[in-house]
Design a protein around this ligand. Structure first.
Ligand code: MN
Length: 227
C-alpha cells in the first residue's frame, strides 16, 4: 500500500474537519474492568448507574456545549479545563465531570491487580506526608470532610511535590478557577451517587473500602509521567 504524501495527508485532514466539527467530540470511555470487578468495595449496580448514566450524562452535556460555543471546537479536554473560566458554567461542570470520571475508573482496579506504589512514588509520599499510612489517613480525612458533593485529589504541584486537595462539584485541579492547581494522579468521588446505594450515609466506610481498589500501578504511572 502506498503511503499518502504529507501534502495529501494534510488535505485529507482538512477535508475531514467540517465532518468532525459536527460529530460527537467526546465519548464515554469503556470501563477497564467488569462492572462487578470492584465488589465488595463498589457494587455492580453503583458502577452501572455511575458509569452508564452519570458519566454518560456529563459526556452528552459537554458535547451539547461544544455545539453551542464555537471556541470549544477542536480543543482537547485538558485545554478546555485549563481555560475553563472563559466558558459557560455548564462547560465547567460537564468537562470536569467527564475528566474526573475518566480518571476515576482508571485509578481503580480489582484488588488482585492493584499492584504497589512505585519506589519513586513511595519516596515522594514519604517525603511529603511522612509515610504511606499518614498519607492515607490525611487523604481519607480530607475526603470525609468535603461538605456536599466533590472530589479529593492527590496532585503533583508545579514544583514537583505531592499535595492533597479537594474540590467542590465537578471541579478539578487542572482548572484555572481552582487552587491549588496541579496534575491529579489519584481522585476519589464523594458525590452521594458514588456510594449511596451500598453505604447510604456512611461515607467513611466507602472511603475505607475504596483503598482496597486503588490501582497503584496506574497512580505510579501517572506520577512517572509528571517527572
Ligand atoms: Mn460521580
Amino acid at each position: 500500500m502506498r503511503l499518502l504524501s504529507s501534502r495529501h495527508a494534510k488535505l485529507a485532514l482538512l477535508l475531514c474537519m467540517p465532518m468532525l466539527a459536527h460529530a460527537s467530540t467526546f465519548e464515554l470511555p469503556a470501563l477497564p474492568y467488569a462492572k462487578d470487578a470492584l465488589a465488595p468495595s463498589i457494587d455492580a449496580s453503583t458502577m452501572d448507574i455511575h458509569h452508564g448514566k452519570h458519566h454518560q450524562g456529563y459526556v452528552n452535556n459537554l458535547n451539547a456545549e461544544v455545539e453551542k460555543d464555537p471556541r470549544l471546537a477542536g480543543l482537547s479536554l485538558q485545554q478546555i479545563l485549563e481555560g475553563v473560566s472563559a466558558y459557560a458554567p455548564a462547560v465547567r461542570n460537564n468537562a470536569g465531570g467527564h475528566f474526573n470520571h475518566s480518571l476515576f475508573w482508571h485509578v481503580m482496579a480489582p484488588p488482585v491487580e492493584v499492584g504497589q506504589s512505585s519506589d519513586a512514588l513511595s519516596a515522594q509520599i514519604v517525603a511529603d506526608f511522612g509515610s504511606m499510612e499518614a498519607f492515607k489517613t490525611q487523604f481519607s480525612e480530607a475526603a470525609s470532610k468535603i461538605f456536599g458533593s466533590g472530589w479529593a485529589w492527590l496532585i503533583v504541584t508545579p514544583d514537583g511535590t505531592l499535595q492533597i486537595s479537594t474540590t467542590a462539584n465537578q471541579d478539578n485541579p487542572l482548572m484555572d478557577t481552582v487552587t491549588p492547581r496541579g496534575t491529579p494522579i489519584l481522585g476519589l468521588d464523594v458525590w452521594e451517587h458514588a456510594y449511596y446505594l451500598n453505604y447510604q450515609n456512611k461515607r467513611m466506610d466507602y472511603i475505607a473500602a475504596w483503598w482496597n481498589v486503588v490501582n497503584w500501578n496506574e497512580v505510579s504511572q501517572r506520577f512517572a509521567l509528571t517527572r
